[in-house]
Design a protein around this ligand. Structure first.
Ligand SMILES: [Mn+2]
Length: 396
């Protein structure tokens, strides 16, 4: 953004406001997808009763409207029962209902359901960005990975296999967690199809998540120790944004120091400014890599905004700060996937934590559209068709 475009508009220069630009952008968007949805709704859901004057309404709710009706896929995207067809879509939403890696409050196994439920509140259109996802990309919901409660390792194997399937199909994977232990198997799934290419990880969190074990297992405090053991995901490209407070285990700090990961605290981000912090993240994550994975722990945001999470920690980022960082990062890097983790609906209040997760996901899709990364005209060159099942060492 130039200095000029950041200057507040005077009354004589109202055309320069973001709001005015948004009004102009909306006029450029097609309505084709909406019209198709309405005609399909009338065909599949029958024309409405005679007393209904708006003849775009059907008898059975079959599309976006009304928002409180319908079957809860993410953003009411079509549910893909046959996962072999996932590559026909630009973006695939997948739930990973796993919370056996949790060390304090459980409940993130209900995260995918919670996020899907409140996503019904959203339209596919964003005002400021001038994006209408329904008109610009194809989105599907593949449902959930079959995780195995009380067995992290078996669940990890299922998660890696599922994410590798989606990633190698060419559909952009978006994961609804689940606790943060899934960060290792999701990245492992990506790495299996990277050949000799590399991925940088940008990790939003209050916690470092870099210790080898916790309570004798690979818990949600451990994903980056194991992910950065893989040659495809070097520790020097791990960026950790928002770390700090009273829940950062010293074993994890030692690993960050030894592996020289790239940490910014909330104060670092405040003092250097959001643009400089995003530039730092991009520079480190992109140094020698081919793509970037975003791992967004909802608890990076101040606990007051996200009560429904496993280890809430006051003093985190404001929602608008996190969303601004996300915007700058996603629009300026080749993003290969996103996971949003640690949403725990049993501890949530008025769906506010799940709503924040929905916002992060929808914003990411919109930034991918704005930056021309979606829809994809072809599979990105970093995706290798053949799977390498030996990207990680056997661990016991
Ligand atoms: Mn965390």
């Amino acid at each position: 953004m130039t200095e000029e475009s950041r200057t507040p508009a005077s009354s004589s220069d109202s055309a320069a406001t973001e709001a005015n630009q948004a009004l102009a952008k909306e006029a450029q968007l097609p309505l084709t997808g909406w019209q198709q949805e309405v005609s399909q709704g009338l065909e599949f859901g029958l024309e409405a009763a005679e007393s209904i004057r708006d003849r775009s309404i059907s008898t059975f709710s079959r599309g976006e409207l009304p928002h409180f009706a319908g079957i809860n896929t993410f953003l009411k995207a079509p549910y893909i029962e046959d996962v072999r067809k996932v590559g026909n879509y630009d973006v695939a939403i997948v739930g990973v209902p796993h919370d056996s890696g949790t060390t304090y409050r459980p409940g993130t196994r209900f995260g995918p359901q919670g996020i899907r439920r409140i996503s019904a509140l959203y339209t596919p259109y964003n005002f400021e960005l001038g994006v209408d996802l329904r008109e610009q990309i194809t989105l599907c919901d593949v449902g959930d990975i079959f995780t195995i409660p009380a067995n992290n390792e078996k669940s990890f194997d299922q998660i890696s296999k599922g994410i590798a399937h989606i990633f190698s199909s060419g559909a952009f994977p978006i994961i609804l967690g689940g606790d943060h232990s899934i960060g290792f198997p999701t990245v492992r799934g990506i790495c299996r199809h990277l050949g000799d290419k590399k991925v940088g990880i940008i990790h939003f969190d209050r916690h470092v998540d870099t210790q080898e074990t916790d309570l004798d297992e690979r818990m949600h405090t451990c994903p980056w120790f194991h992910a950065t053991n893989m040659a495809n995901a070097p520790a020097k490209n791990l960026v950790q944004l928002g770390i700090g407070g009273w829940q950062v285990p010293r074993q994890g700090v030692k690993v960050c120091r030894e592996r020289a990961t790239n940490i910014l605290t909330v104060t670092d981000i405040m003092e250097m400014g959001l643009d400089a912090a995003a530039d730092f993240a991009l520079e480190k994550a992109l140094d020698g890599t081919d793509c970037v994975w975003i791992s967004f722990d909802i608890d990076c945001i101040d606990a007051g905004f996200v009560p429904g999470t496993g280890w809430p920690e006051p003093g985190g980022l404001l929602p608008r700060e996190a969303l601004y960082l996300l915007k700058k990062i996603v629009q300026n890097a080749p993003i290969c996937g996103l996971e949003v983790v640690e949403v725990s609906p049993p501890y949530d209040v008025s769906d506010m934590t799940a709503l924040m997760a929905t916002r992060v996901i929808c914003d990411t899709m919109a930034h991918l559209v704005v930056s021309g990364q979606l829809p994809r005209s072809e599979k990105p060159a970093y995706i290798q068709a053949e799977a390498n099942m030996n990207v990680d060492q056997r661990w016991s």
